[in-house]
Design a protein around this ligand. Sequence first.
Ligand SMILES: Cc1ncc(COP(=O)(O)O)c(C=O)c1O
Length: 430
Amino acid sequence: MATSTKTLTGPRPLAARVRALRPSATLAVGARAKELKAAGVDVLSFAAGEPDFDTPEPIKEAAKKAIAEGMTKYAPVPGDNDSRSAIAEKLTAENRIPGVTPEHVVVSTGGKQSLFNLFMALLDPAGDGSEARRVILPVPAWVSYAPQAQLAGGEVHEVVTTPETAFKMTPEQLDEALSPDSRVLVLNSPSNPCGTMYSPDEIRALGAVIERVTTGPAPRCPHLVVVTDEIYEKLVFDGQEHFSIGSIPSISERVLTVNGLSKAYAMTGWRVGYFAGSGDFGVEVAKATAKLQSQSTTAIPTFILPTLRVAFEQCQDFVEHLRSTFEQRAEVMYNGLTAIDGLVCPRPTGAMYAFPDVSAHFGKSSPKGTRIDSALAFSQALLDEHHVALVPGEDFGTGGEKCCRLTYACATEQIEKGIERLREFVDSLR
Ligand SMILES: Cc1ncc(COP(=O)(O)O)c(C=O)c1O
């Protein structure tokens, strides 16, 4: 039988969902930094998104012991009972989230997979079921929220924040962004890339808006749920308290809390993350995401599951050491950055980043002739001319294009040296 070989052979276009994914603007800077390093140039990098500490010994020992004891077969998809219990106990005791049981918890391959699972479980593509597809995203925000939400069919609605409010969304901004088709509000406190966090009262004020629009006889946003990414909860400074929005009883059943071991326990390469909700809806979402995960990655490696309880129960001294070290470095970086002409940077209060607005220098040129008209151009010229690598903010959403992200997950001496080079670069712009 004759077939139309024309349509069946030859290269075929890739799926629309990957064609629509934007390539990262920051990759160019990372690739150039690698090139310079390979050529023997002394590049100071402030681009990493991971602690420069080794994983605590008790965690390594727990994984080794688990391997020795034969924990090398498939585990239940959402995690075994002990790891899910450890998480439920932690969220109850520490984060004061009411009604979390092991049934509400799903362990995944990093917080990143937890978030992806949640967007996939909560959002429908246009015309494919529920019309509540709006994802409210305060920006600048971590690079993966928007692409993940869009892959799942969501429609991202940015709420633009500025250095003047330490990049925090006000209750008024939230209220204005909410509509009947709002499905997910993404919160991330402390924030990557902004390096700032909401106070307990600020979270309560956002919670009051959520309560108002979701309750009563004819609520404005009946479908709204909050996905709160608390992966930096332990890295908080100046004696501030991290407050989980899931602890507000009137809205806790609408809150899905994401966390993981990557940052607080220096375990980025282990890939351990989780989410938990509460109440009936929390169980429903846990079951849905476990079903999704059962068709993609299955459980995380079985011998890594015991590290969750060990981290929570035996590694709090490590966490405090990490936190206080980062607090000192944040101060050095903040003082250095704000002493540089034209850089506007809110005081870092959490996570491990400073996020200065460098736009006062847009319109100038570097000594080698690069016109500085964006954070990307600023970063490229800084790297080429003064060998400092940082992350231009273009990928973090609206407002990010004026800013650059610097991490202080490196030694204080490197911060001091890097700040000095940055100052020389800024002073050289005309
Ligand atoms: C804000 C935020 N959320 C989630 C993640 C994902 O972390 P992981 O997948 O390692 O748990 C990161 C990692 O950089 C992050 O910065």
